[in-house]
Design a protein around this ligand. Structure first.
Ligand SMILES: Nc1ncnc2c1ncn2[C@@H]1O[C@H](COP(=O)(O)OP(=O)(O)OP(=O)(O)O)[C@@H](O)[C@H]1O
Ligand SMILES: N[C@@H](CCO)C(=O)O
Length: 291
């Protein structure tokens, strides 16, 4: 069987709703594929009991259909579903890379991004590419209808995942439908600051650019303990804190030496709110890899 590892990702980064994303160095999904007459899916690993094996309902089924590449597909989940860590996207990204190789379709990595995004439409109703792009390409990505721009960086990150669940479909319902011109101007400034920070590998600039006042406050209300986690992460050295993807994971950036303190502060703040959580001390990492 052909095996691909695709990493977890964090989308939005505050000011880049549905556009920005980063690959995380861990955790990851492993997908194995073999040619077959029709697509079958077997899921094991973290949260697998909540993931459908019906190809019409699993993101990898949509990818196999889009590539016209029927296969026996085994998914070993390292990324918990409904986490805000691009769980559904990582499987789709791994399947796109694996099936393209298995059937020798010859797509470039960039061409595989919209194909993998078809999987996201199955789950959340829209084919947003801000998780599949970094999971396939690695680094920091800017995904728009015109294509994907990528910046390689190894910026330090800390992710804290509480034992609660927020589905992307639900979290999209709370996003404001309109913004004022003041909010638009502020968001452009933040997003530009963040992008420059990624190019320079500067956690101060990236952190400042994460501070969005449109989508994140609406999403934060769905995450018990968020305000305290954010405040305590800053007190421990974080330079920026935001909701990871649709949540409930919380993403922080900081200097590399502060990751341990920031992670502990986030864990403690969730614990004080009576919520168990786990921490990933991470950094921006590479995209899907063939094994
Ligand atoms: N291969 C898959 N892996 C994970 N979840 C899947 C997969 N296929 C379908 N799903 C469904 O997708 C939903 C989880 O996706 P969702 O987008 O809500 O979470 P996420 O990918 O962790 O978060 P986010 O996109 O905010 O980072 C669950 O309902 C799950 O059953
Ligand atoms: N941009 C999407 C990503 C979900 O991971 C959202 O926030 O709804």
């Amino acid at each position: 069987m052909l095996t691909v590892r695709a990493p977890a990702t964090s989308a939005n980064l505050g000011s880049g709703f549905d556009v920005f994303g980063v690959a995380l160095s861990r955790p990851a999904d492993i997908v194995r594929v073999a040619k077959a007459d029709e697509t079958t899916i077997e899921v094991t690993g973290t949260g697998s009991e909540y993931i459908p094996e019906d190809p019409e309902k699993n993101t990898v089924g949509a990818v196999a259909a889009a590539l016209d590449a029927p296969a026996r597909i085994e998914i070993d989940k390292g990324i918990r579903p409904a986490s805000g860590l691009g769980s559904s996207a990582a499987s789709a990204a791994a399947a796109a890379v694996a099936l393209d190789e298995l059937y020798d379709r010859g797509h470039t990595r960039e061409e595989l991004v919209p194909i993998a995004a078809e999987g996201e439409a199955v789950v959340s109703g829209t084919a947003h590419a801000d998780n599949v792009a970094p999971s396939i390409l690695g680094g920091f990505t800017v995904a728009t209808d015109e294509g994907v721009t990528r910046v390689g960086t190894s910026l330090p990150l800390v992710v804290c995942l509480p034992e609660t669940v927020v589905s992307t479909r639900d979290a999209r319902r709370v996003v404001p439908e309109e913004v004022t011109m003041d909010e638009q101007v502020e968001t452009v400034g933040k997003a530009a600051t963040l992008a420059v920070g990624m190019c320079r590998g500067d956690p101060e600039l990236v952190g400042r650019g994460m501070d969005d006042s449109v989508v994140t406050p609406a999403r934060a209300a769905l995450i018990d303990g968020y305000a305290a986690v954010r405040e305590d992460a800053f007190a421990a050295g974080a330079t920026g804190v935001t909701v990871s993807g649709a949540g409930p994971a919380v993403l922080a950036t900081c200097r590399a030496n502060d990751r341990r303190a920031v992670g502990s502060a986030m864990l403690d703040a969730f614990a004080e709110a009576g919520i168990e959580a786990r921490v990933y001390r991470s950094r921006v990492g590479q995209g899907a890899t063939l094994h």
